[in-house]
Design a protein. Structure first.
Ligand code: ZN
Length: 319
């Protein structure tokens, strides 16, 4: 199994979580964080189940956002096997549900929607794209329910739904294919990757904020609390009791700043203020010159990110 596009925490979720610590977020944004967290947890569960079950040569592309025939297509996971590209829509619902007239409902009758509407559309658009590209490979789509507590009553065996107790058997089927991939499969995966784009609606889903309205201070990298205590080298969170090197905590807080304010220059003074003046300016200068590249040495020095100096997915985010 080769992961050609790894899954990372959604940027929108990262930004909203950072803002949630430092301002009062509208309820709809808070609810969005909770639903994104549930979804992301489910996607990671899917990745782990797939990783454990499939050893065969397949190509995996996660979180693809494509534009096909002017329509936006979002794919949670695409697994390219020699004969078929399996497209998965991953759901992390907990508890008991029922299917009635192709609608998914809770047992008390609350309508959740038709799980197959989106899947049918996505599958058909991907087939159309492969046809345009003359890619000789089938497309099969399925909605996969990964939470082990999920139970579905009255589901039709004909519907492309994979329930928790069917996941193992389904992945075993993928794993049993013994035909090798060829360079056409890889070419197809590369072509899909080059077509991937970032979400243009991203900014519309973030509330307005500016530097002055956000709470200043150093936050715990584990739980987000401002209740931190520092010694010479270590930082201890009084809320979750985690301990981290002071430098690591400061760098993570600088990275929060960088992600939230890509247009602002990173200077010693602004980071000193951003960190709530909890760390001396000398220490901030030391950390900045170690991890970042200094620009404009004479007057008004500022720092830019030194590529590859920190191996953390957070630092690769741009929007
Ligand atoms: Zn903490």
């Amino acid at each position: 199994m080769e992961i050609m596009k790894a899954r990372t925490q959604p940027e929108l979720m990262t930004v909203l979580k950072f803002l949630d610590k430092r301002m009062v977020l509208p309820v709809k944004n808070k609810q969005h964080i909770v639903s994104m967290e549930k979804g992301y947890e489910g996607e990671k569960r899917f990745d782990s189940l797939l990783g454990m079950a499939v050893q065969a040569e397949v190509l995996v592309l996660n979180d693809l956002l494509l534009s096909i025939s002017d329509q936006s297509v979002q794919i949670d996971s695409l697994v390219i096997t020699p004969e078929t590209a399996y497209l998965y829509e991953i759901k992390n619902y907990r508890g008991d549900y029922q299917m009635k007239d192709r609608q998914l409902l809770t047992l008390s009758g609350k309508e959740i929607g038709n799980p197959l509407t989106q899947l049918t559309r996505t599958t058909s658009l991907l087939r159309q794209l492969f046809h345009q590209w003359h890619a000789d490979i089938g497309v099969e789509g399925a909605v996969i329910y990964v939470n082990p507590t999920f139970t579905l009553y009255h589901a039709s065996p004909k519907d492309p739904l994979i329930l928790p107790n069917q996941i193992q058997a389904h992945f075993s089927k993928l794993d049993s294919q013994r035909v090798a991939l060829n360079r056409n499969h890889r070419y197809l995966a590369d072509r899909l990757l080059s077509k991937h784009r970032t979400d243009a609606n991203f900014h519309q889903l973030i509330p307005d904020y500016d530097y002055h309205c956000l709470k200043k201070g150093i936050t715990c990298v584990v739980c987000g609390s401002f209740d931190m205590e520092f010694t010479q080298r270590m930082g201890t969170c009084k809320s979750c009791h985690s301990k981290r090197a002071k430098e690591e905590t400061v760098v993570q807080n600088i990275e929060e700043f960088r992600l939230l304010f890509p247009e602002l220059k990173i200077s010693r003074n602004i980071i000193h203020e951003w960190c709530g003046e909890k760390v001396s300016k000398e220490r901030i200068s030391f950390i900045l010159s170690k991890k970042y590249t200094k620009k404009n040495h004479t007057t008004g020095a500022y720092y830019e990110w030194k590529e590859s100096s920190l191996d953390d997915s957070l630092t690769n985010k741009r929007f």
